[in-house]
Design a binder for this molecule. Sequence first.
Ligand code: PA5
Length: 445
Amino acid sequence: MISLNIEKTFGFISKENVFAYEAQVKAAQEALENGTGQGNDFLGWLHLPSSITKEHLADLKATANVLRENCEVVVVAGIGGSYLGARAVIEALSNSFTWLQDKKTAPVILYAGHNIGEDYLFELTEFLKDKKFGVINISKSGTTTETALAFRLLKKQCEDQRGKDMAKKVIVAITDAKKGAARITADNEGYKSFIIPDNVGGRFSVLTPVGLLPIAIAGFDIEKLVAGAVAMEKACGKEVPFADNPAAIYAATRNELYKSGKKIEILVNFNPKLHYVSEWWKQLYGESEGKENKGIFPAAVDFSTDLHSMGQWIQEGERTIYETVISVESTQHKLQVPSDEANLDGLNFLAGKRVDEVNKMAELGTQLAHVDGGVPNIRLVIPALNEETIGGLLYFFEIGCGISGYILGVNPFDQPGVEAYKKNMFALLNKPGYEEESKAIQARL
Ligand code: PA5
């Protein structure tokens, strides 16, 4: 279970002011529960963990097994909420070097459809040339350009390389129940498909098949992942008193910090496996809160790596930041620093110590230095990296986001701002239906 510690924000904001949010948090929780707030048609994530059935998980696992048995590589085609959750969990739980090893126990998971890089796509298709690969085409709207473009390439390559019949077996669609090109293609081709519920937005969809299927293919226990989320759903429920509810405290603290002038939240980890959890979190909070000219800017760093790059800015730059550190109590493996007779590097004072002891002192030293430098610090501790804790962490951030967005006074469940670039891109590419926009944009160039 997660423990949240906000003690090191108290030199900057007061405990009293954080606890003064209790009524606002309650109102936000009521609005979420009763569906009376903004964006109330997108609240399917709220009790999603506890509503996932054994049958649904069995269906996902059966499909995962088909791909595990028939593929060396599975490409997850999706962007934003349609790939970041799966990638966050898979990278948090995977051995950092498995994909380089010859003996593999699960297909290698690769990603596409999250950029329009020609070199990236060329190199991916080259890499796949001699591989038995499958594809999961993930798109709620079913019309996202980046994903559709990558899928067009991958579908053709899979059919050419593996034959139409095998392609049908190893291509899976995760999309809307009825609408969008991905749904039509899946139905026409007879692909196995899963539905993204109407009332679950992309960035809240990690516990739908969007996240669960790739995670199961990668060999992780989706039952435990969901169980971790269910436990967190309880721990962050509206009946839990404010002081004991980590999501309530997190939402209140970040809003109070924002009010006090801290405009940027930096999510920090001391474990490189959490890099994509931060990427997922950035989308969750950025897309949910950044609107109406408001919202904390979500940034992220991997320490101690980035202490040697961003550390200077964080220690002494403009004092508009605070940090939220995800601290992992226990590592999966043990490794001691060896003793060295010559001791030319002067590291014998560490000989016999675990590498993690050094990391933990880096973490503590950084926390104290940054607090001294004017950076409030929120600390989230999880016991270890495993399916349960990651499932819990994901749900914690989702409910924290819903509460926080309502306190801020925005609709945390829409994303009107992401359409602007698409309109211009389609106009510039002369997409049929964009004739007027094309003329207008050409006149600006
Ligand atoms: O959170 C969101 O809604 C977005 O990030 C979407 O997930 C992303 O734009 C992909 O959309 P789609 O799943 O419709 O392809």
